[in-house]
Design a binder for this molecule. Structure first.
Ligand SMILES: [Zn+2]
Length: 69
């Protein structure tokens, strides 16, 4: 089935038996277990970034999304 690629945000394919996730638009290719970890890791990283922002009022950066490329 089609899911949103966590890397390029285009259509990725989740196999019917949930064994792997593969994206044709970028080189994303992981087992479903790895995919879940990847998502969890990115969400944690995002929370960390948000935590950094709340801890600092100095300036404003828009570079946080660059890591998706
Ligand atoms: Zn992709």
């Amino acid at each position: 089935m089609k899911i949103k690629c966590p890397k390029c945000e285009k259509n990725a394919e989740l196999s019917m038996d949930f064994s792997f996730v593969k994206c044709e638009n970028c080189d994303f290719d992981m087992s479903y277990g790895e995919y879940v970890k990847f998502i969890a890791h990115n969400e944690k990283k995002y929370s960390d970034i948000l935590g950094d922002y709340t801890g600092s009022t100095e300036g404003q950066s828009s570079g946080s999304l660059d890591e998706w490329d």
